[in-house]
Ligand binder design. Structure first.
Ligand SMILES: [Zn+2]
Length: 268
């Protein structure tokens, strides 16, 4: 996003927007409705009850188990840029006083890629839901598995999916929200096996990206291929919810799924 102090340019329609209007509209373009990417902190602030978020598992750090060249440097750069140690932020929060276990991804940290820390945090968020008997909400934003951790990254797909199964067996509701982009290893693991799947408008959702698909010999795809709208049309997701309505939709959904039963001390 090109940005001066008072103005910025929409990434989609390229129109100039007032920064104040843009923020008031939850970083959605007032002209074309494009949902710009936001940080995990901003999303938590705009979605959950004020001051209800308690961040957990902040001590987890990625190593370089495969001694992948420059990986540590890239991690340090990402840490400096985002002031966090991983693309996933997890913890306890409340939605209209109902306790929830949450995991919120941030694309700005190495493309939201899922390495061993990311997968461990997602797993713990799901396990916390089971242990504390509260619904789990995960906001996804990822280009896929983190290639620098090789097989250890891919292993997170099985680990997180097994944790979703634990939720299912315990009767704990799990809601996934696909934000732009939700791709590859994340889509093919914990994201697509949620009880309810919501997406933000026009979010990129898919397994192999357009370039890889082309390399694999797929020459023709529909214009709206790998968009939230395409997924909805073909039954991959349950609904598309604009950012402005996300909090109220999640509240009614959590209530419908029984989250209100845990208001009185059920969470801890
Ligand atoms: Zn726009």
């Amino acid at each position: 996003m090109k940005q001066s102090e008072a103005f910025l340019q929409c990434q989609s329609c390229k129109k100039i927007l007032f920064s104040i209007d843009f923020d008031q509209n939850l970083r959605v373009c007032t002209y074309c409705g494009h949902h710009h990417r936001i940080s995990a902190e901003t999303r938590i602030k705009w979605t959950f009850d004020e001051d209800s978020f308690e961040e957990l598992d902040t001590d987890l750090r990625s190593g370089n188990p495969l001694e992948f060249p420059d990986y540590i440097d890239k991690l340090r750069l990402a840490e400096e840029k985002t002031q966090k140690f991983d693309s996933m932020t997890v913890g306890r929060a409340k939605l209209a006083e109902m306790p929830v276990s949450i995991a919120v991804a941030d694309f700005s940290f190495m493309g939201g890629s899922m390495g061993s820390v990311n997968g461990e945090k997602v797993t713990r968020a799901l396990e916390r839901g089971v242990k504390e008997k509260c619904p789990v909400i995960i906001f996804c934003a990822s280009g896929g598995a983190r290639m620098q951790e090789g097989l250890l990254s891919l292993m997170q797909m099985a680990k997180t999916t097994a944790a979703v199964q634990q939720c299912r067996e315990a009767g704990i509701p799990y809601i996934a929200v696909f934000t732009d982009p939700t791709m590859a290893g994340v889509l093919a693991s914990y994201a697509s096996v949620a009880d309810v799947i919501i997406a933000e408008p026009k979010a990129l959702v898919g397994f192999a990206g357009a370039r890889v698909s082309k390399q694999a010999g797929v020459s023709k795809v529909p214009d709206d291929f790998q968009t939230a709208e395409f997924c909805l049309k073909h039954g991959m997701i349950d609904t598309i919810v604009p950012r402005k309505e996300m909090r109220s939709v999640l509240i009614s959904l959590v209530k419908t799924l029984g989250g209100h039963l845990f208001v009185e001390g059920g969470a801890k």
